[in-house]
Design a protein around this ligand. Structure first.
Ligand code: PLP
Length: 375
């Protein structure tokens, strides 16, 4: 069996006509950058997420960095970031000259742990440091505990930046992911829940002043026009071809794909629940299933599963093999390993399985059977 980790080719076969026509139209009209479709997409994304403003940009990493820039976060500021996440979530903090303070995660949801967050803030204040913001990552598609995070942020006067790169499409009750932060961001990297055919990202907020500032940062710190530059910004735009791919995919994603992903997750869960720890989605939360990540007893068991799956032509992935505090890029700061016991354990025991809405029950059974045998 030859299986894709996230089968975007199957999705393309279904949406082919629509995507091909839309891409052709962009080439025909010649509006490669900032075409009308970019504005149309931003409007639709803002409506879907429930935010007043959406600013599209070049990728999910820029989106995070631009949010920090809008708040003027920089030297001598500290930003709290989960220890178990993709590198970008911490990278952007250092990129603007601030210091990331990594926080351990919850053993069940894998998202930033509220108690660990409070302890980390107390420690920072004790050391006379300046915590400014919390980056709350919606890891693997499940929204972080935004209710509790908001209470903590309010108590200590911190901004909340929701990193919804993996969370777009998820929800808590009726409130959609990417609407929980003072600023929220997402990524349209191809393998993300909603992906384009290259790099892409978006920023969401209800604050008009920040929205205007972030639009300026995206286009070389523009003032009245692109050639009137009032601040140092960057070149971070979503091009029109990516916008039309997203416009074609969006209704399909909101409708069938989001629903089908819950079904596929249900198949996996049913087949695997007695042999591994399956993802646990909190009551009232909806995951966008960026990953279907299981947890096994130890690294040896994981190695066995990976090898058996590989023998059968089935890919799997380890997100993440190295907690943030162990990344060489952050080696300038000293971290206490005892603060990261959960994230260290997860880095040895998690495994993400092939997952996408086009997976059928037979394929899920096949993967599950191989895991059962390997164990
Ligand atoms: C949690 C998280 N944050 C940020 C990013 C960055 O997104 P991009 O790859 O579009 O820069 C990613 C994507 O890989 C991610 O998973």
């Amino acid at each position: 069996m030859n299986m894709e980790f996230r089968d975007l080719k199957r999705q393309y076969q279904i949406l082919k006509n629509e995507i091909d026509n839309a891409v052709y139209q962009v080439i025909y009209e010649g509006n490669y950058i900032h075409g009308r479709q970019v504005a149309e997409l931003e409007k639709k994304l803002a409506k879907y997420v429930g935010a007043k403003y959406c600013i599209s940009c070049a990728n999910g990493t820029d989106a995070l960095q631009i949010a920090l820039m809008a708040w003027g976060i920089g030297k001598d500021d500290v930003v709290l970031v989960p220890d178990f996440t993709f590198f970008s979530s911490g990278e952007v903090v250092s990129a603007v000259g601030a210091e990331p303070c990594f926080v351990d995660v919850n053993p069940v949801t894998y998202n930033i742990d509220s108690d660990a967050l409070i302890n980390a803030i107390a420690k920072l204040l004790n050391e006379a440091k300046r915590p400014k913001a919390i980056i709350a990552v919606d890891l693997f598609g499940q929204p972080a505990e935004h209710g509790r995070i908001r209470e903590i942020a309010d108590e200590y006067g911190l901004f909340v930046l929701e990193d919804g790169a993996q969370g777009f499409g998820g929800a808590i009750g009726d409130k959609m992911a990417c609407s929980f932060g003072d600023i929220s961001t997402t990524s349209f990297f191809p393998a993300k829940p909603l992906g384009c055919y290259g790099d892409g990202g978006a920023i969401f907020t209800d604050n008009g002043e920040w929205a205007e500032l972030m639009r300026s940062y995206c286009v070389h710190g523009k003032g009245e026009s692109k050639y009137d530059n009032v601040r140092i910004g960057m070149n971070s735009r979503l091009d029109t071809i990516q916008a039309v791919v997203l416009l074609a995919k969006l209704p399909h994603f909101i409708g069938w794909e989001m629903k089908q992903m819950q079904t596929v997750a249900g198949w996996y869960s049913e087949q695997l629940k007695d042999i591994v720890m399956i993802p646990k989605i909190k009551d009232g939360f909806t995951s966008s299933w960026a990953q279907f990540t299981i947890q096994v007893a130890n690294i040896e068991a994981r190695d066995r599963i990976v090898a058996r799956l590989m023998e059968e032509g089935i890919p799997s992935a380890i997100y993440y093999q190295k907690p943030m505090h162990r990344q060489m890029a952050f080696s300038g700061t000293s971290f206490d390993e005892r603060d990261y016991l959960i994230s260290l354990r997860l880095s040895e025991t998690v495994l993400s399985l092939p997952f996408h809405p086009y997976l059928n029950e037979e394929e899920v059974t096949k993967v599950s059977e191989i895991i059962r045998k390997a164990l």
